[in-house]
Design a protein around this ligand. Structure first.
Ligand SMILES: [Cu+2]
Length: 397
């Protein structure tokens, strides 16, 4: 499947061009055929979710499901690829990998160990990329402390790194958020301590110049500074971050891809990802919950450049802690949140209806470049809240 087809397929208006493009796709890749079949169902399901939101009015997606499959469209492919490759390194962070809520009510010293590992790992089902990471995952480890804690940061840059690295904690009050204090050449180790003065959800990232490049290549994560009494209890917590990847090769290429500094400076990413690589939160680590449970998503944008219009298709956020502030009251009953680069938000909602919900940035062109995740909700139907007759175009739950 040529990556060019993504662009041409989307731009075409003439039916003739579409059929040519579709034929090229079918000839070009046997594997893609399965993707097309899955795509019809996936789009139908997405369209169904939107119809529910719009009171059953025909959604634009409905038409697509009936008549069109856009060749090369990633919102087709993301539903069908299996991104788990046992033979390739994998940097995706498991979204359930979060320390439990803190129970202590006194300040403590919390040690945070970060190792800046550069790893060739898969970017999608056919491309590899040299990621720069904290502790081998994108995003880096979720750090959980309490207001008033002393945070003791140890940063180790392994011998086999190519680059210098450091870490800037947005939760830190002090020069560079610790960037200068932790700058380490390959083989070096640095440390510093900061006091967590302000509660909230904060981004951390590498800040070695060019900073945008270190972030784009995967060096970002979240630190939660819990307020004195913690956050309200929920049934499940998840950790999701959005980033962009800039490669010389066009989106959809195969093999080991090369980072593009030009595209980075021009803010023209080829890939958008949740938790590191295409498919990380679909087939690989889908979020899972039960009907009746409350869910909290710690959502951050590493970027480096794009603001996210984060949305869960078919859900409404009961609460959203804007810009990661936990000392301001959350806004309530929200469809999408705007999260700028280097910022975060906490959303909470109750799962009322079983099914598959798709995490997106509602700047949906980015779904065509890899940006999607799943929340799978299992449990009994809830016809009082959602009741739909069978539809042959719907892939079901
Ligand atoms: Cu770095």
């Amino acid at each position: 499947m040529s990556p060019k087809q993504t662009t041409s397929g989307s731009d075409q208006s003439a039916e003739e061009d579409k059929s040519i493009s579709r034929r090229r796709l079918l000839v070009g890749s046997v594997g893609a055929v399965g993707g097309l079949v899955a795509a019809e169902a996936a789009l139908a399901q997405t369209a169904g979710a939107h119809s529910a939101h719009t009171g059953g009015a025909p959604a634009d997606g409905t038409q697509m499901a009936q008549h069109r499959t856009y060749p090369g469209s990633l919102s087709n492919r993301i539903y069908s690829i299996n991104p788990v490759h046992p033979d390739m390194a994998d940097i995706a962070e498991n979204p359930t990998n979060i320390p439990p809520p803190l129970t202590r009510r006194e300040p403590a010293t919390v040690r945070v160990d970060l190792e800046t590992k550069e790893i060739e790992a898969h970017l999608d089902d056919k491309a590899m990329f040299r990621f720069w990471t904290f502790n081998g995952n994108v995003p880096g480890p979720f750090v959980r402390v309490r207001v008033g804690d002393q945070v003791e940061v140890h940063l180790k840059n392994p011998e086999d790194s190519w680059m210098m690295h450091n870490v800037d904690f947005h939760a830190c009050t002090g020069p560079g958020g610790g960037a200068g204090a932790t700058t380490a050449a390959p083989g070096e180790e640095r440390s510093f301590t900061f006091k967590a003065l302000n509660p909230g959800l904060y981004v951390y990232h590498c800040a070695v110049p060019p900073v945008a490049l270190h972030i784009a290549n995967g060096m970002y994560g979240l630190i939660l500074v819990e307020p004195e009494d913690g956050l309200p209890p929920v049934d499940r917590e998840f950790y999701v971050m959005q980033g962009e990847i800039y490669t010389e090769e066009p989106f959809g290429s195969s093999g080991l891809l090369t980072e593009s500094y030009d595209k980075l400076l021009n803010e023209r990413p080829e890939y958008f990802v949740f938790n590191g690589h295409v498919g990380a939160l679909t087939d690989h680590y889908p979020l899972k919950a039960q009907v009746g449970e409350t869910v909290r998503i710690f959502f951050g944008v590493g970027g480096p450049n794009y603001t996210s219009g984060f949305h869960v298709i078919g859900e409404i956020f009961d609460k959203a802690y804007q810009l990661g502030s936990v000392t301001s009251p959350p806004i309530t009953d929200v469809q999408s949140i705007s999260v700028p680069p280097g910022s975060a938000n906490i959303v909470e909602f109750k799962c009322e209806v079983p099914g598959r919900y798709v995490l997106v940035d509602h700047a949906l062109s980015r779904a065509e470049r890899g940006l999607a995740g799943y929340l799978i909700v299992e449990g009994p139907d809830n016809p009082d809240v959602f009741n739909a007759p069978p539809n042959p175009h719907d892939s079901g739950h």
